[in-house]
Structure formats: structure tokens, C-alpha cells
Design a protein around this ligand. Structure first.
Ligand code: ARG
Length: 465
């Protein structure tokens, strides 16, 4: 009736519209290297367990190698009637090596096969994501080192709060990206479980050796429950969650880059090569790269939501709904990696307007807390000091001055404790460098954080993954 591998019990040919609707080849063809790698390991295990002969295994492996070559070189013919990448490779193998190809699927089903393929794929892509993030961390720490002298206003509620080092602000992102790396490393633990040999859902009657397959594919464990092995997509959801959180961090940085590059702030200037102009307004330079990173964050969140929704009511074990996982995962992987990579290229080329940033720390009463702390050290209770400085700020506002622009004569009425040494205390540099508490913005702290970070990024080895 038809050439499908499962057509035995069917009297009618599949409707073309159904073939089109159910086909996933356009998306899952990306899994071909993993599908072939998994099949080769499966063949070797079948031969070693005496389920097929060594000659048969050799023929199958050679055929699979040829098909891989065709796929690598764009010579492979795709056909929607063959549904997915697993069917394509198997059908092509029959053409290539004849009937023996029909033995490849012994003790296996597409349910465990696809679970294996996605795990192999995601293991590689998670490692790649970690490498990209480590590179971004390196870029961030180098930038922090280069601009160590730059002071800027730190904000709360997007209102100027207290001066900080620009490098301290950058190193906050370093910390976020470090947690992202940890999360992806943690994802790898759950990805590292070999599902093959589960067969459709219940295991198999053949005397297979799953530990051997796991060893061949470099997995550290095999799945413990066959039903779980074909039903589980938690590892995808975990990756999408970690990816979403990483996109939150990239997007927050995007927002800051956009604000900082505006005429209102002018803290930074984005490199021409990473911005675009307007077709109507000649003066414009638009921050497209950070805007798109911020925008693409929506896709990754969306794919996490979609994946959670796909899985939420599925009865055990495999359901075809799960075929939707790949489009969602692939898009998220590509989006995340593209965003990390473009940041690593763009950040070092950003021009930092140190003088404008420094100027911004001198207005807006960023030294009010320091004046209060000064009074506390001289013996005034904090609440009283807070009130006293509040009145001084109100006086300064009325006289259109900053606190450090008031003379000692003007300050004295607020408290007799104020003396000449106050002016040194209220300078931006002194305020920054006095914040020596662990994790604070003092230059010596930030330099130590940079030193430790440089050691970490330079010691990172891809081999550790
Ligand atoms: N293309 C399918 C998927 O991605 C492969 C597994 C199909 N299994 C099945 N029983 N129809 O989920």
C-alpha cells in the first residue's frame, strides 16, 4: 500500500495533507549527526550482545557513514512522506545496504531514539552556550579592568542614589553570567542520561546492554525507568528556564545600554558598526543590537511557556504532542547563543564617556548619605543625622546648590559637628573608596574582584565540560 516503515497494518495510503501536517523533517533534520551517532552505537551494542552479527553491524555502520557523508554535503534527498529524520535515515539505509538495514531498529523505537537524539544535541549546545558565556564574562571583566577609574551614579528607582565605579556596575553582570553558567552546568547533569533501550515504553525482550551503549555515547548514566525515559522532556524545560533567565540578564543590560546611549544620558556611545541610522532623520544613531536582544527575550520566554504548556497534561508515556519540542528548543538555543555572541563582539567597542558619567555623580545630592554617616561618626544618632541632612538638602535646593557647594558657614547651622574635613568626605572618589565593606564599590574591592574573575576566566577549559 505504501513504503512507510509502519504501513503493515494500514489498508489506505496516508492522506497527503496528513503527511504534510505531521512531518517534522524540516525541523528535525538538524538532528541528523546525533541520529547517526546513536544508530552506530546501537549497532555496535546489538552486535556485542549477539543480537545481530558483526558482519551485519559492519555493513550497517558503513551505510550510516555514507548517509552521513551525503547529509554533510547536501546530497541527501528529503521527502515529506518520510515524516522525520529517523525515518529518512532508515529508509535511505535500506536503499543503500538492502534488507539488513531492517535490523537496525531491533530493540529500539523512535520514542527512545528521538529522546536520545535531543539529549545528544542539547548536551553539545549547552556546552557551547557555556563556552560563549565564559567568553562574554572575559569581555566584561576586561572592560571593567580597562575603565577602573570611571565613576558613575549608581541608581535605585532609576534615580541617582550613590556614586559607584562603572567597573563595579559591569561586574554585577559578571556575577549574573556566572550564575547562568552554573545553571547550564547543572542542566548538563540531567541531560547526561542515556534513554536508548527503553524501546517504545516498556523496555525490550532482547538481551541488550544499555550500559555499553551509554559508554559508547559518553553518557555517565542510563535512565532508570523506561516509561520516564520516553516521556521526560524536563531537561528541555530546564534548559529553556536557564535560557530565559540568561535572557533576562542580557535584556537588562540591553535596557541600560539603550538608556546610557540616549542624548539624555550620553554615558556611552555605541560603535557605528553595531548601530543603524534612520531613513528619515539624519541625526539618528539607533541602538538596534541591544533593542533586538531585549526584543528576542520575548521569544525565549515564549518558548519556555509553550514547552511547559505542551507537557502539562500529557498522559504517560510518549505522545506525539512532544514532537513540538524541537522547534521550540532549536529557536531558543539559536536566539540565546546569537545574543551572547553579539554582546561579546559589541561591548569592547563601546565608547565610555567618563567625564559625563563623573559629572553626573556631582549633581543630585549623591553625597547626602555620606554627610549623614559623617555626623554619625561624630556622635549624632543616625535618625537625627538623616533629618539634619534632609534640612541641609532642602536649603541647598532652595539656593540651587549641591551639598559640597555649600560653605562651612552655610553648613554649620545644621550641625556644629560639621568641620572643614567634610569637603574631602563629600568628593565622589572618597565616597566610592570608603565603601570598603565586602562586596562594596571601593576601588580596592573592585580590583580584587577583577583579579579573581580574570583568574577564573583564564583557567576555564572547554575540556572541563
Ligand atoms: N518525530 C517524532 C518526534 O519528534 C519521533 C517519534 C515518533 N514516535 C512515534 N511513536 N510516532 O517526537
Amino acid at each position: 500500500m505504501s513504503d512507510k516503515t509502519w504501513s503493515g497494518r494500514f489498508a489506505e495510503r496516508t492522506d497527503r495533507s496528513v503527511e504534510k501536517f505531521t512531518a517534522s523533517i524540516d525541523i528535525d533534520k538538524r538532528l541528523y549527526p546525533y541520529d547517526i551517532e546513536g544508530s552506530i552505537a546501537h549497532c555496535r551494542m546489538l552486535a556485542r550482545s549477539c543480537i545481530i552479527t558483526d558482519e551485519e553491524a559492519a555493513t550497517l555502520i558503513e551505510g550510516l557513514g555514507k548517509i552521513k557523508h551525503e547529509l554533510d554535503n547536501g546530497k541527501f534527498q528529503f521527502d515529506e512522506s518520510r515524516e522525520d529524520i529517523h525515518m529518512h535515515i532508515e529508509t535511505r539505509l535500506v536503499e543503500e545496504v538492502g534488507k539488513v538495514a531492517l535490523k537496525l531498529h531491533t530493540a529500539r523505537s523512535r520514542n527512545d531514539q528521538v529522546a536520545l537524539d535531543i539529549r545528544l544535541f542539547l548536551r553539545d549546545e549547552t556546552s557551547k552556550t557555556i563556552v560563549l558565556l565564559m567568553n562574554l564574562k572575559k569581555v566584561v571583566v576586561e572592560m571593567a579592568e580597562l575603565h577602573i577609574k570611571v565613576a558613575m551614579p549608581g541608581y535605585t528607582h532609576l534615580q541617582r542614589a550613590q556614586p559607584v565605579l562603572f567597573s563595579h556596575h559591569l561586574m554585577a553582570y559578571y556575577e549574573m553570567f556566572s550564575r547562568d553558567v552554573e545553571r547550564f552546568q547543572d542542566c548538563l547533569k540531567r541531560i547526561d542520561v542515556m534513554p536508548l533501550g527503553t524501546a517504545a515504553l516498556a523496555g525490550t525482550t532482547y538481551p541488550i546492554d544499555r550500559e555499553y551503549t551509554a559508554e559508547l555515547l559518553d553518557f555517565s548514566q542510563i535512565s532508570a525507568n523506561s516509561i520516564d525515559a520516553v516521556s521526560d522532556r524536563d531537561f528541555i524545560i530546564e534548559f529553556l528556564s536557564a535560557a530565559s533567565l540568561c535572557m533576562v540578564h542580557l535584556s537588562r543590560l540591553a535596557e541600560e545600554l539603550i538608556i546610557w546611549s540616549s542624548s539624555e544620558f550620553q554615558f556611552i556611545e555605541l560603535p557605528d558598526a553595531f548601530a543603524t541610522g534612520s531613513s528619515i532623520m539624519p541625526q539618528k544613531k539607533n541602538p538596534d543590537v541591544p533593542e533586538l536582544v531585549r526584543g528576542k527575550t520575548g521569544r525565549v520566554f515564549g518558548n519556555l511557556m509553550a514547552m511547559l504548556t505542551v507537557m502539562k497534561s500529557l498522559p504517560l508515556s510518549y505522545d506525539r504532542d512532544m514532537q513540538e519540542d524541537k522547534a521550540l528548543l532549536f529557536e531558543a538555543v539559536d536566539t540565546l547563543q546569537a545574543c551572547i555572541d553579539i554582546y561579546a563582539r559589541m561591548l569592547p567597542k563601546i565608547k565610555i564617556n567618563a567625564e559625563i558619567m563623573r559629572q553626573a555623580t556631582a549633581t543630585g545630592f549623591l553625597n547626602a548619605t555620606d554627610l549623614a554617616d559623617y555626623l554619625v561618626i561624630k556622635g549624632m544618632p543616625f535618625r537625627e543625622a538623616h533629618n539634619c541632612v534632609g534640612r541641609a538638602v532642602s536649603y541647598a535646593l532652595e539656593n540651587k546648590k549641591e551639598l559640597h557647594e555649600l560653605s562651612l558657614v552655610e553648613l554649620k547651622p545644621f550641625s556644629n559637628l560639621i568641620e572643614e574635613d567634610i569637603f574631602e568626605i563629600l568628593s565622589t572618589e572618597a565616597m566610592i573608596d570608603r565603601r570598603k565593606s565586602a562586596g562594596g564599590t571601593a576601588t580596592e574591592n573592585v580590583l580584587a574582584a577583577i583579579k579573581a574573575a580574570k583568574k577564573e576566566v583564564n583557567n576555564f577549559s572547554k575540556k572541563s565540560l
